[in-house]
Write a protein that binds this ligand. Sequence first.
Ligand code: NAD
Length: 352
Amino acid sequence: MQDFTYDQPPARIIFGVGAFARLGDEVMRLGARRALVLSTPEQLKEAEEAVRRLGSLAAGIFPEAVMHVPIETARDARAVAKRLDADCCVAIGGGSTIGLGKAIALESGLPIVAVPTTYAGSEMTPIYGLTEDGIKKTGRDLKVLPKAVIYDPELTLTLPPAIAGPSGMNAVAHCVEGLYAIDGNPIISLFAAEGIRALARSLPRVVEAPGDIDARADALYGAWLAGTVLGAVSIGIHHKLCHTLGGTFNLPHAEVHTVILPHAVEFNRKAAPEAMRITAEALGAQDAARGLYDLAARIGARVALKDIGMPADGLERAAELATQNPYANPRPVEYAGVLQLLRNAYNGIRPN
Ligand code: NAD
């Protein structure tokens, strides 16, 4: 047993099929009476449904959330919140919408009720991101951590397999890196292992039978655990590479996670044997890296960077950027090893 510090902020989770019906109760519980509902343009219908459920507790809708929270969108949303005299935000959607809620909370301190509809996990973290002049800056502030999270598997039924699969692998990545985090602890490791187990058993069912509500619930349960892990401990080479590739080459967030994860795990294989053992066991596989690759392939996700928009001549630049200010990681992050990792990921080679 290694020494550890356990320091978890409080969390209020309402989980269940139909839990969305409790939105009004959760807003009132915060003492709020004028909720601003946030969504992407694609999820305006869900935002309108939230307003209908909120009745007189709704102050308005801002359906303009987009990926990576551009500062201009954040400024517009903050202005709307002020103009409507909002006293809380309801963020219904994935990481992009919840990220917009966080941008408002960062400035104003408005509490957030999050209603996540993907598996990205942002609702459980005090991490925010804002993109200005093409550069995404992230930070941590407890102010942006949602005060209540409503997980309703019914809201994920519309998540198409092509988004659900990679989004679930994004959640698996949070769990895997939590197992070898320098500031890990035994409780978070339990969350991480259980998260991998839940996602590994549910994601194939989610993509094969998208209407299976039990599978959707199981995946969302895994996503909650994964988000908790991400919010609690630090991240390593995998997330660093994904942030670099996403930011510099504008690759899609969840897909990058899906492609990189087996290779990041392969990179860390010898340096984190216990994390490898737990990951493999939770996947029901012989080997962690191969098990993750096979899970991604089984859910029909793309497994090569070259298939998700990565330019071949960008690999050296990516390796340079990822090794400049590396996050703490079990194996030292050096250029040659990272370049090899990226080459393998570029070609979608199954780890051996
Ligand atoms: P997203 O929020 O960008 O959503 C992707 C698309 O799917 C959007 O068009 C959205 O409207 C749609 N969608 C979402 N749920 C749906 C549903 N149930 N049915 C149909 N369509 C649905 O994607 P994401 O992967 O959830 O979030 C990615 C963003 O979140 C990135 O910017 C990432 O950096 C950020 N993120 C932040 C944290 C954090 O802790 N701060 C954690 C994870 C991700």
